[in-house]
Every structure is written in C-alpha cells, then in structure tokens.
Write a protein that binds this ligand. Structure first.
Ligand SMILES: Cc1ncc(COP(=O)(O)O)c(C=O)c1O
Length: 380
C-alpha cells in the first residue's frame, strides 16, 4: 500500500483543476497583455479567475494579486508593506514559516526595521497580552502572525489579533497558506490587511498563488517590470496557474464542510488509535486537540525507541508511507525543525507530521497505525 500523508507539503491536483487548465495550454496561448483577440480572450479568463477568488473571499478583485506562490506573496506583503508604510518595528513569532521569518530577518539586517519576537509556551501558544504590550510600545508596527502553523497545526485567532492590530494602527499580515481552501476567509469582516495563498496546498498547481492586500493599505510592487497585475507584479502572468488556483479554490469552497468532516474524522480516528496502540505517544503543539488545531495536520511525538531513533521517517517510507518531520524543506530531520526547537521538544523522541487531504481514507490511517505498531513492537 502507498500512503500519502504529507498534504501540508503539497497536495495532489484535482482532475477538475487539470481539466480547467488544459485549454490554456493547448488553445488559449495568447499573451494576456496583447490587445489582439488571442490576448484578449486570455485576459478575460484571468480577470474572471480574479473575480472568482475575490467573490469567494468576500474581497474586491482589485485587492487580489496573482503570484508564484505563498513565498512570493509573503515576501511582497512584508517587504513592500514595511517600505510603503514607513514601518520601523515588526512583531512576529518564532513559529512562522521561513517565508516570513527569513524575510523579516533580512529587513532587519538591512536596518529597515527592528524585529520583536513573541514568546511561545511548550504547546506553541502565543500570548496576546504580550502582543498588546509590544503594540502599545511600538504603534504603527507590522504584525505578522500565521493563521495556522504548518508543522503543529496551531490556529491563531485572526479576529482577536486583527482587532488589536487595528487598535494600535498596525499593518497586519497573516500567512494563511495552510488554511486557504480549508477554512473560509471573510475579508470584509476579518480585520487583516494582507493574506496569502499557495495553490498547491489545496489541490491546485505548484507555482501558483495570490496575495490579498486591503484597498486602504495599498503597497508598492515587489517585482518591477511590465504593467501586469495593475502595476503590482511585472512579468507575463502564469496563466495556467491562475486558472488552476481559482478553480481549486472554487472546488474547495463548493464542499468545504464535507471535506472538513471527512478529514476531521480521519484525524480523530488516528489520534484515538495512536493513544490505544502506542503507549507513551504524545502530540506536538495543539495538534492533538481537534478543536484548537488545523484539521489537516497531526504532529506525533513518538516514545523514545532505539530501533527508530532518527530513522522513523525512513522506516515509514520503507513501508510506503510518506510523511514528514516538519516543513518540506527540512523533511527527514526533526532536529532541523525550528518550530519543534522553539517548543523545547525532547530530541530523544522522534516526531512525525502526518497531514491529510480529502483524498485520504480510513484504511490508510489503519494501515499506518499497523506499521507504527510493528515498528514500535520491537522494544515493547
Ligand atoms: C505556512 C506556509 N507559508 C508559506 C509556505 C510557502 O508557500 P509556497 O510553497 O506556495 O511558496 C508554506 C509552504 O510550505 C507554508 O506552509
């Protein structure tokens, strides 16, 4: 059996997304900036895709900018948000994705901002009182806090954080890469200034993404060139990516409650079975609490085991199960996880992130439990 439990790294494309993209590979190949009919038909399709994304998020089309993915969207929001609004202080947490952390660190190294990092407890929770203290001290700062953590699944309350940010005149960016397509974002009612998406996390194509920037918090372009994306991102558009991400988001919204119920049931079953079958199992962050964490992520901390020490992901891979030790870039090495390090995770315990999609089944969970039982039976 082959099991893919690494959906927080990337997901399989939905066939209907591929079907929507195909005509733009075969027939509609015009450059959307061209004024002739070949160009115009593609321009129309891009604007239709933008309108669809905006509608789903309760935003306006002029607030949506297509990018090459979550990383570019994060870079754009942070670097250009800081520059455009003359921001001198940024507040973030040590659990952010490197697309945010490294970008803010570079801004600090360049002398553009001073970076303030919130404390986290052993479960990866941030303290909103500390955030408020910092906002009081540094009003008009930039706040960057993700919606859900990609490794441990902790969810941040964007409503509360956004209200605080608003109160102190801050620019609030949230990395929503892991929740886009899995949770609704109602941007007319959510106090965020910038959020981002990567299409490949919700059954769309890799190399597709978008950035939302609230219209009264406009920012400068990050990539300079032609007048594409209303002068916000130079370069001929990734037409097939744009068609694909819009279709993927549409499909996600069509049956989000159904997908959530299916995936949550898998995760609950996984947690219960693990607790019953693997003595000493623990869950990193809040991922073991289904009401407080992203339903697609379960980060398991296995009891110390000589046979599996440092080898767990490899052993699972041999059994046909693809999972990960953290974010995709540090796959295979939990020591490389800056998130688990920030939680002071015991290095003697091997951690593995299982992440699910609507394409996974209960049989795959049971198979994985059986394999884990076998791997840990050696010393039992
Ligand atoms: C939370 C988070 N932010 C940003 C990214 C980067 O997104 P992309 O791969 O679309 O550049 C990822 C992907 O792993 C992520 O999980």
């Amino acid at each position: 059996m082959k099991v893919y439990f690494d959906n927080a790294a990337t997901t399989a494309m939905d066939d209907r997304v591929i079907e929507a993209m195909l005509p733009f590979m075969k027939n509609h190949y015009g450059n959307p900036s061209s004024v002739h009919s070949h160009g115009r038909e593609v321009r129309t399709a891009i604007e239709r895709a933008r309108k669809k994304v905006a509608e789903l998020l309760n935003a306006t089309p002029s607030e949506i900018f297509f990018t090459s993915g979550g990383t570019e969207a994060d870079n754009t929001a942070l670097v250009c948000g800081i520059e455009t609004h003359g921001i001198k202080h940024a507040i973030t947490s040590p659990l952010e994705h490197h697309a945010v952390l490294h970008t803010l660190e570079v801004c600090e190294q360049k002398g553009n901002i001073q970076l303030h990092t919130l404390d986290v407890n052993a479960k990866g929770e941030i303290d909103l009182n500390q955030l408020e203290e910092l906002l009081k001290k540094y009003p008009n700062a930039l706040v960057s806090l993700m919606h859900a953590n990609n490794e441990i699944g902790n969810l941040n309350d964007l409503q509360k954080i956004g209200s605080l940010a608003q109160e102190y005149g801050a620019f609030f960016h949230s990395d929503t890469v892991q929740t886009m397509g899995h949770y609704t974002h109602d941007l007319k009612n959510l106090p965020v200034d910038a959020i981002v998406a990567g299409g490949h996390k919700f059954h769309g194509p890799k190399g597709s993404g978008f950035l939302y920037v609230r219209k009264d918090k406009k920012i400068h372009p990050f990539i300079h060139g032609g007048a594409q994306e209303r002068n916000m991102r130079g370069g001929t558009e990734n037409v097939i990516g744009i068609i694909g991400i819009a279709k993927a988001l549409e499909l996600a919204y069509e049956d989000m409650a159904g997908h959530e119920a299916h995936i949550k049931a898998l995760k609950k079953h996984f947690i219960e079975k693990l607790k019953a079958e693997i003595p000493g199992v623990e869950f990193n962050g809040l991922s073991g609490q289904t009401d407080k964490s992203l339903y697609t992520v379960l980060n398991v901390s296995m009891p110390p085991s000589e046979a599996n020490s440092g080898m767990l992901l490899f052993n699972l891979d041999l059994a046909g199960i693809s999972a990960s030790g953290g974010s995709a870039c540090s796959s295979g090495a939990t020591v490389g996880s800056h998130v688990l390090r920030a939680l002071n995770h015991n290095p003697e315990r091997d951690s593995v992130r299982f992440s699910f999609s609507r394409f996974n089944t209960i049989e795959e969970v049971d198979y994985t439990i059986e394999k884990l039982k076998e791997l840990y039976a050696v010393e039992a």
